[in-house]
Design a protein. Structure first.
Length: 582
């Protein structure tokens, strides 16, 4: 049984391949097209799936899609009736997007219904395609993407994003091969859209803003008057749901701004561009973050009550809010937590395939996600071919690459680290990473200024050996996908300032021997030199580009950045610095 899952026409398009109940490959389109958050039809991702398995489209039994357009169509009249006074502005903007960007709702639905034929015509190799095509509800895809690959036979499920066809949040209960809805929260009440609206109000761009807002929030006060004013807009309901005063927001009828004049009258004018936030603006960021955290606990508490489960699975774009995830862990509501590494929309290709495989076909659950390294892999020969073309200095160090790299990091150089299969999801997890020592006080600013060219307030993550996490950080729960924020223990905050955020926290990634043996070897070598198996980790990419995918991408980013060294497999690569490290 071969099932191909896809998502498209929004943002972060992707494709995933399940063969005989096992997820064997998954990749985001952006990594292959080099267009960040690429939402177009995932031609390259689908082809990558076929190439990996050495099959054609004629070998695919089922194709699952992350959206059910019939639900969207059904709710268009509901929307128009509910917001009839906003329809003129909505239609004006809709015409603009249809003409200028081909992104209108009618085009969107038309494209979705055209997917089966598009696949047949685009991937025909002379053999007749036999696949059956299935549209799956968006939040069920999110739920399936996190529950079915988890190790839990039973779990509470919480999915939160901007919006699916109509739902924005789902509370559910997973048991064996079945996911049952408990409740949904529908448009316009959207925690994801609310957080996006605040990020746009504070000058951040669409899609990328929420992650930056989470970092900025640490500089504000979440307990003052601004929080009280923002919190007063929300109602937390006894059934685990929430709603808020939509007269302060405009995201449900406008792409130009997420907030209304009523909001700016209360909280100040929307910021144009980033930088130089005043205290009130940082307090607003902190207040928005706190409300997200409170709603996580509100919905988690209700799920605990109705499911009595010790386990919870999270997905949806808001489940990438690692600070809120950490608060849920700290609450002790659930003993175990699983967050699928591609929690946002890119993970719905995986979810749609698993939903059809398990919920519809009732096939056995055999796959447990123990790694996010599900993407493109390359050979030593492909590495060297690209290095030869680049005319860079390089040397093959074999197994000495780990001890040598540890020495380079210990000497406070910054490296691009390229190994094995690519990560699935938005986090660089040690195969497509930029690595540095956590000890220099100026290392964070150095990387931000020299290499990443991003806002100076944004922190970096850290990688630590799984069994030693509790020695350095306030929790020891394994966190392999960097989706939880822990506190840095006070005795290590001054020792490791490069990874310690202004509030004393860090987004952490734990590594075990099975998941990433290469990174384990490096951490152990670094520990032998420094006494500490902890390194700074950020994504291997240059500004405005996705994380690198191929050796060609890695060389390109290395050449066009101020990285000191590139490590690709066992090759140590330099633009002029010595390759002999003492």
């Amino acid at each position: 049984m071969i099932i191909l899952g896809i998502n498209a026409f929004g943002h972060d398009s992707s494709a995933s391949l399940i063969i005989d109940d096992i997820l064997v490959f998954a990749v985001e389109e952006e990594r292959l097209t080099r267009k960040k958050h690429d939402g177009q039809f995932p031609m390259k991702s689908i082809q990558a799936c076929l190439d990996f398995a050495q099959i054609s489209i004629a070998d695919i039994d089922h194709i699952s899609f992350f959206w059910k357009p019939s639900i969207t169509i059904k709710n268009i009249p509901v929307y128009f009736f509910k917001f009839f006074d906003k329809v003129p502005q909505l239609l004006r903007e809709q015409r603009h997007f249809e003409v200028e960007e081909n992104l209108g709702m009618l085009n969107y639905i038309k494209d979705m219904y055209g997917v089966p034929n598009r696949i047949r015509t685009s991937f025909s190799d002379g053999k007749k395609a036999k696949f059956q095509f299935h549209y799956i509800e968006h939040h069920l895809c999110h739920a399936a993407s996190t529950f079915f690959p988890s190790k839990f036979d039973e779990a509470a499920i919480l999915t939160i994003d901007g919006a699916g066809e109509w739902a924005t949040t789902m509370l559910a209960h997973g048991k064996g091969n079945s996911i049952q809805k408990i409740a949904t929260i529908n448009t316009p009440y959207s925690l994801g859209a609310f957080y996006q609206a605040i990020s746009m109000h504070l000058g951040f761009k669409l899609i990328e803003g929420p992650g930056k807002l989470m970092a900025l929030a640490s500089f504000g006060n979440p307990n003052g008057e601004i929080y009280n004013q923002l919190r007063s807009l929300f109602t937390f309901e006894d059934n685990g749901k929430y709603r808020f005063d939509m007269s302060y927001f405009s995201y449900h009828y406008s792409r130009k701004s997420g907030v209304s004049k009523k909001f700016t009258d209360l909280f100040g004018s929307s910021k144009i561009g980033t930088g130089n936030w005043n205290q009130e603006q940082m307090d607003l960021a902190a207040s928005a973050q706190r409300i997200v955290e409170e709603l996580f606990l509100h919905m988690g508490t209700y799920l605990k009550k109705v499911t009595q489960s010790e386990n919870i699975c999270l997905a949806g774009g808001v489940a990438l809010n690692s600070v809120a995830n950490g608060k849920l862990v700290q609450s002790g509501l659930f003993k175990n937590i699983f967050i699928q590494p591609a929690a946002g929309d890119s993970g719905t290709s995986l979810g749609s395939a698993f939903y059809y495989n398990h919920q519809i076909l009732k096939r056995e659950r055999k796959f447990v996600m123990e790694t996010a390294f599900l993407g493109n892999n390359y050979s030593r020969e492909e590495y060297e071919k690209e290095l030869q073309k680049s005319q860079l200095n390089y040397i093959d160090l074999g197994e000495k690459i780990y001890s040598t790299t540890a020495k380079i990091l210990h000497q406070n150089y910054i490296i691009g680290w390229f190994q094995g299969a690519m990560e699935y999801g938005p986090r660089a997890l040690g195969n497509r990473s930029i690595l540095a020592s956590p000890f220099p006080k100026d290392m964070k600013d150095t990387i931000n200024n020299r290499i990443k060219f991003r806002e100076p307030f944004r922190p970096f993550a850290a990688i630590v050996n799984e069994e030693e996490c509790g020695n350095y950080f306030t929790h020891d729960l394994p966190n392999p996908y960097m989706l939880l924020v822990y506190g840095v223990k006070k005795e290590y905050q001054q020792l490791m300032p490069a990874i310690t955020h202004v509030d004393g926290t860090v987004r952490i990634q734990t590594v075990n021997e099975k998941e990433n043996p290469n990174m384990r070897k490096l951490l152990n070598e670094f520990k032998m030199l420094t006494g500490h198996p902890v390194v700074l980790n950020t994504s291997f990419n240059i500004k405005a580009e996705p994380i690198v995918c191929s050796p060609k991408d890695a060389v390109h980013s290395f050449v066009h950045s101020d990285l000191d060294y590139l490590v690709m497999g066992n090759f140590l690569v330099s633009k002029g610095l010595p390759l002999e490290i003492s």
